[in-house]
Write a protein that binds this ligand. Structure first.
Ligand code: GDP
Ligand code: MG
Length: 386
């Protein structure tokens, strides 16, 4: 297996170079505007996979060699994007410190030093001041109802108790369900929905490898992503690499029929188009289908790096698909995890999985309460697995 990126002025030219070098059987994995750091190689990047054995020295000037994993993006891009991600996290860490020291205490009137610090920690993690205040006050009341809600005269030794009460208050506001499928006894149907670029297709492949292939479960990948040219090709290529069944479906009627015909499969994953605000009406049939099929487990896939206000708006936009779980990606691109907790609290939808990187299948973990608490209270440290 060989995976290679080709860069050129247009997508067509890049595809032509790839086909010329890899032959007609090579599969298009992805096409996109080249990342800034590779723009000097060409305006567009297309990634091709071929089953031909690797050749030693046939690289063209505009092609980057594949990394050690068949699924990894080209290493130079990968390294650069990791460096940019690390830099972003460092800046975010600095922002947290500044917020804690300069901004938050002014919003926290009264109370002990510890409760002010707890409020500052939460707001620095981008928990909204309203929710942060509610949580800290509840934690204080839980600790010392006789001393009043603001813990006015807490001795220093109460700091650990407050920390414990705070963790309990946070944990009470969200649930986790790192599961696939609604009904374990029948075929498990899992759909991923969300805005464009949130990581649906990548995460679907990670899930398919970790929970399908690794457990030797018969799986099928379906794509309803026919909105953009070649969008389904990315998943088709992965299905070919993994050696699992794959179909692209144009209509919900065809989707329903395919599901029916494949009841014998243990896991069926459904990839959907990334819809933005102006496009959601076009997906009305899919929205109607997903929201009326009680047997489909629909995860709303959202990037943790999205601004809190946008997360709220996108969450509302996708309510028409009735997602029953929240799946957060791109945890590696931020250091503020409060919005994850806040959206889970407000929507009362369980968190299913967290993705913290582009590597398939490594960068995926089951959502858990201790993990989210660690992320919110400590900024997560290094979120990406080694
Ligand atoms: N840094 C980072 N990038 C991710 C993560 N998940 C997906 N991506 C990248 O985000 C981009 C869009 O992913 P894709 O799966 O095509 O998104 P989709 O449009 O929702 O299907 C790709 O470059 C992925 O490699 C993640 O957890 N962290
Ligand atoms: Mg996709």
């Amino acid at each position: 297996m060989k995976i290679k990126s080709y860069y050129s002025r247009t997508v067509e030219d890049a595809i032509a170079s790839a086909r010329a070098e890899l032959g007609p059987d090579a599969m298009l994995v992805n096409s996109r505007k080249a990342p800034i750091q590779a723009r000097h190689l060409g305006e567009y990047e297309v990634v091709f996979a071929s089953l031909a054995p690797e050749e030693e020295s046939n690289e063209s000037d505009t092609a980057l060699p594949a990394g050690p994993s068949a699924f990894a993006p080209p290493p130079s891009n990968d390294r650069l994007s990791n460096e940019v991600a690390d830099l972003k996290k460092e800046l975010e860490g600095m922002r947290r410190v500044l917020t804690r020291t300069a901004y938050a205490p002014q919003q926290w009137a009264g109370g002990s030093q510890d409760s002010a610090e707890a409020f500052a920690v939460l707001t620095a993690a981008d928990v909204s001041p309203e929710l942060a205040r509610e949580i800290v006050q509840a934690a204080c009341s839980r600790l010392a109802p006789q001393r009043g809600p603001l813990l006015r005269s807490a001795p220093r030794s109460d700091a650990a108790a407050l920390q414990h009460a705070l963790s309990e208050e946070l944990s009470n506001r969200f649930t986790v369900e790192p599961q696939l499928g609604r009904n374990p006894s029948s075929a498990r149907l899992v759909a991923l929905v969300g805005p464009p670029g949130s990581g649906k297709t990548t995460t679907l492949v990670k899930l398919a490898v970790n929970y399908g292939l690794a457990a030797r479960r018969p799986i099928l990948l379906l794509s309803m992503d026919t909105y953009r040219v070649a969008a389904a090709d990315q998943l088709r290529s992965y299905a070919a690499i993994l050696g699992v069944g794959f179909q692209v479906l144009e209509t919900v009627a065809a989707l329903a029929q395919t599901i029916e015909e494949n009841r014998g499969k243990e896991l069926i994953f459904i990839d959907t188009p990334g819809l933005s605000f102006g496009e959601i009406d076009d997906a009305a049939p899919l929205a109607h289908f997903l929201s009326t099929r009680e047997d489909i487990d629909t995860h709303l896939v959202l990037p943790a790096s999205m601004k809190p206000g946008d997360l709220t708006r996108v969450g509302r936009l996708f309510e028409c698909m009735r997602p029953n779980r929240l799946l957060f990606t791109k945890l590696d691109e931020t250091a503020s995890y409060g919005p994850i907790l806040e959206l889970a609290a407000r929507t009362r939808k369980p968190l299913s999985f967290f993705a913290a990187g582009q590597r398939i299948p490594e960068d995926l973990e089951a959502a858990s309460a201790p993990r989210l608490l660690e992320l919110v209270l400590e900024g997560g440290g290094r979120v990406r697995a080694a």
